[in-house]
Design a protein around this ligand. Structure first.
Ligand SMILES: C[S@@+](CC[C@H](N)C(=O)[O-])C[C@H]1O[C@@H](n2cnc3c(N)ncnc32)[C@H](O)[C@@H]1O
Length: 225
């Protein structure tokens, strides 16, 4: 893994908001206990590559009893999410500056009730397949931190990445709970809260693909018994 190169000014800016953001690096060991950071005790949801945080800000406002965490690796992007969240006075939304690769050192096993992956980089070249956030290696990491009923919800405008992800979910023993290749046409509830990228792509007339997938832990328990 290459060393991190970050603009120091941006990380310093983030460090001014210790109540809102946890700053991690490749040596970080946090061991979870995320619920203790929130004033509410509802389920914990995590968005990977949260960007400027638009989706989670809206979700946190609509679901004040739930806890939300946005993970983002770019400090210059994350500072915008953090400042806006402060302005909105949302207390059930926190952020992590860090890389999805370090997830199992940020969260305890079975600590997360749901994971959102929205418009992640498609990495179209096959030699970059392992970098896709829906590659089976990443799914193993997600499984480790998800509760047994927890699910992964993916949204993307990229059809190739979507079909790849469905195959990866299935090959990893996941059940596809809901699949739509045009969620805005098919389900008003699932498309009500939009991410920043989704707003742009939807306005440009692109169909948005959606999938919710869950690990088939029931089968595994039976097999282990
Ligand atoms: C295309 S943007 C989408 C932002 C937002 N989810 C949306 O839908 O508007 C992808 C974001 O994921 C972040 N990202 C990509 N790979 C990441 C990784 N391995 N760990 C953390 N963040 C990552 C990027 O920095 C970028 O902000």
């Amino acid at each position: 893994m290459g060393r991190l190169r970050r603009k120091p000014g941006m990380v310093e800016a983030l460090s001014l908001f210790p109540e809102l953001v946890v700053i991690t690096d490749e040596k970080f060991y946090g061991n979870g206990n995320w619920k203790a950071r929130f004033p509410v005790s509802g389920p914990l949801f995590l968005e990977l590559g949260t960007g400027k945080g638009r989706f989670l800000q809206e979700m946190a406002r609509l679901h004040p009893d739930c806890c939300f965490v946005g993970l983002e690796k770019e400090p210059g992007v994350l500072i915008q999410a953090v400042r806006k969240t402060r302005e909105l006075e949302l207390t059930n939304l926190k952020f992590i500056l860090g890389d999805v690769q370090w997830l199992d050192r940020m969260f305890a096993p079975a600590e997360v009730d749901g994971i959102f992956i929205h418009f992640c980089d498609p990495w179209p070249k096959s030699r970059h397949e392992k970098r896709r956030l829906t590659h089976p290696d990443y799914l193993r990491r997600y499984r480790h931190i998800l509760t047994s009923a927890g699910s992964i919800r993916l949204k993307t405008d990229n059809r190739e990445l979507f079909e790849y992800s469905l195959a990866s979910f299935t090959a990893s023993g996941m059940e596809l709970v809901r699949v739509s290749r045009d969620v805005h046409a098919e389900d008003a509830n699932l498309s009500a809260v939009m991410t920043e990228y989704e707003l742009k792509f939807h306005a440009a007339g692109l169909p948005i693909c959606y999938c919710e997938a869950r690990f088939d832990n029931v089968g595994e328990v039976a097999a282990d018994a």
